[in-house]
Design a protein around this ligand. Structure first.
Ligand code: ZN
Length: 168
């Protein structure tokens, strides 16, 4: 696959590879790319949380960025109304019931969102539709690894085409 031109700075419509470590306010590591390949994303398309995307704008290869992202610019505030008790019979047949199991549900307008089982009481299951990181501040330590222009096709699709992520 031919790669397009390298870019000096992170701009909208560039493909950026970053190494990142995400920690909570308790200093525990929530997620990190350091044990695997850098994460590619298409800048300016909301593929990563807004607070992090804003902090990376204009950065260069080799730059290190530490940013504390608020829930508003991260995964939103915790919404107690997204916690519901439902019957086991409302789940698809053959569902595996376990605390922590995740299912895709449809929102009021049919939009898909992920729910997580947080409690099981006999035939009743408590599910939480909040993002697991909702309500939390996110502390990102990021290093910019590469920056290149996105291809026309990547821009049409709104995502990066690389390696296993190639959708064609
Ligand atoms: Zn695609």
């Amino acid at each position: 696959m031919s790669q397009s031109e390298q870019q000096d700075t992170i701009q909208p419509n560039t493909v950026v590879h970053i190494h990142y470590t995400l920690t909570g306010d308790d200093k525990k590591v929530i997620d990190s790319s350091r044990d695997s390949d850098p994460l590619p994303y298409l800048h300016g398309h909301g593929q990563i949380v807004r607070g992090l995307e804003n902090a990376l704008a204009g950065k260069r290869v080799g730059d290190k960025v530490s940013v504390r992202v608020s829930p508003e610019e991260g995964y939103g505030h915790y919404d107690a109304e997204l916690v519901q008790t439902v019957g086991r019979d409302e789940f698809p047949e053959g569902s595996h019931f376990e605390v922590g199991a995740m299912f895709e549900a449809a929102g009021p307008n049919g939009e898909p969102f992920v729910i997580r089982i947080t409690e099981i009481n006999g035939d009743e299951v408590v599910v939480d539709g909040n993002h697991p990181l909702a309500g939390q501040h996110l502390n990102f330590d990021v290093e910019v690894i590469t920056i290149r222009q996105a291809t026309t096709q990547e821009l049409e699709h709104g995502h990066v085409h690389e390696g296993d992520d190639d959708c064609h």
